[in-house]
Ligand binder design. Structure first.
Ligand SMILES: Nc1ncnc2c1ncn2[C@@H]1O[C@H](COP(=O)(O)OP(=O)(O)O)[C@@H](O)[C@H]1O
Ligand SMILES: Cc1ncc(COP(=O)(O)O)c(N)n1
Length: 266
C-alpha cells in the first residue's frame, strides 16, 4: 500500500542527530514516506555547529514544487530555514500550492549548543510569514522568550506564553517544556486559545537530547499526514519523543542524539 507523505523543509546535520536526518528517520519510524526540501548544509558534530551554507531560495522552492506536483504532500513541517529570503519564498510557494495540508512550524533559531541557525532578523520573518499559515507551531522556551519576551518558569507563565504566541496567527501552539528547570516532569502545553492541554511525561536524566525538537515535530507531522487530529497527533508525538529520549545515546565528546531505534523491536 502506498504510504502517506510528509515533507520536511529543513537543514542537514552532518552529525545525523537533528535536521532532515532526524526528520527522515522519524517519518520512517512512523510509517510515512519522507520528502525533503533542503534549506542549508550545516557543518556540525556533537560539540556544536561550525558553520552553514544556505541553499538558494529558488532551489528550496523548486524542491517543494517538484515533490508536491508529482507525489503530493499530506503534511509538512519546517525546521532550520536559515534566511529571511528562504522564509519569504517558502511562504509564497506554500500559498501558490494552495496549502491544503497541515503545516507544522518549528521556529528553530539556534542549536542546543547555542549556535545560530538563522541569519539575523529571520526569526521575525518566521513569525510574520509562517506563523499565520501554520496549523501548529512548536517553540522551545528559548524561542518563546525571543518571540514574546515571556520567560516561562511555571504553568502560569507557560499559559501566558501560549496566549501571546497564538496572537501571531497559528491555529495551535505547543509550548515545549523540556528546558523548564526544577520540574520533575516534562510538561508541554498545547493550546488553540480555547483548550489548554498539558502533556506530562517523565523527565529522563540525560544530556543526550540533540534532535529532540525535530523528532517531536516530525512525529506530530507524520500523524497529521495520516489524518489524525492535532491534539491526538501531539499526544502521540509526545509518547514517541519520550521513548526516544529514554533510549538516547552518547556519540562523540558532546551532546548525543535522541534515538528512534527502539521502533525496530516493536
Ligand atoms: N530530559 C527529558 N526527558 C523527557 N522528555 C524530554 C526531556 N527533554 C526534553 N523532553 C521532551 O522533548 C521534547 C522537546 O522539548 P524541548 O527540549 O523543550 O525542545 P527543543 O528540543 O526544541 O529544545 C518535548 O516534548 C519535551 O517535553
Ligand atoms: C540542521 C539542524 N536543524 C536543527 C537543529 C536543532 O537541533 P538541536 O536543538 O537539537 O541542536 C540543528 N542542530 N541542526
Amino acid at each position: 500500500m502506498t504510504p502517506r507523505t510528509a515533507l520536511t523543509i529543513a537543514g542537514s546535520d552532518s552529525g545525523g542527530g537533528a535536521g532532515i536526518q532526524a526528520d527522515l528517520r522519524t517519518f520512517f519510524a512512523n510509517g510515512v514516506h519522507g520528502l525533503v526540501a533542503l534549506t542549508a548544509v550545516t557543518v556540525q558534530n556533537s560539540l556544536g555547529v561550525q558553520g552553514f551554507t544556505e541553499i538558494p531560495a529558488e532551489v528550496v522552492c523548486a524542491q517543494i514544487k517538484a515533490v508536491a506536483s508529482d507525489m503530493g504532500v499530506d503534511a509538512a513541517k519546517t525546521g532550520m530555514l536559515a534566511t529571511a529570503e528562504i522564509i519569504r519564498s517558502v511562504a509564497k510557494t506554500l500559498d501558490e500550492l494552495g496549502l491544503d495540508f497541515p503545516l507544522v512550524v518549528d521556529p528553530v533559531a539556534a542549536s542546543m549548543t547555542g549556535h545560530a541557525l538563522l541569519r539575523e532578523d529571520a526569526l521575525e520573518a518566521i513569525r510574520t510569514e509562517l506563523f499565520p499559515r501554520a496549523t501548529l507551531i512548536t517553540p522551545n522556551l528559548d524561542e518563546v522568550r525571543l518571540l514574546t519576551g515571556v520567560s516561562v518558569v511555571d504553568p502560569a507563565s507557560q499559559r501566558t506564553a501560549a496566549d501571546a504566541l497564538l496572537e501571531f496567527g497559528s491555529r495551535w501552539v505547543l509550548v515545549k517544556g523540556g528546558h523548564m528547570t526544577g520540574t520533575e516532569d516534562c510538561v508541554d502545553l498545547l493550546s488553540d486559545g480555547r483548550e489548554y492541554l498539558e502533556l506530562t511525561g517523565p523527565r529522563y536524566l540525560t544530556e543526550n537530547t540533540h534532535g529532540g525538537g525535530d523528532t517531536l515535530a516530525s512525529a506530530i507531522t507524520a500523524s497529521l499526514a495520516k489524518g489524525t487530529s492535532v491534539p491526538d497527533a501531539v499526544a502521540a508525538g509526545k509518547k514517541f519523543i519520550e521513548r526516544c529520549v529514554a533510549e538516547s545515546y552518547s556519540l562523540g565528546a558532546g551532546v548525543g542524539p535522541v534515538s528512534p531505534f527502539w521502533v525496530l523491536d516493536r
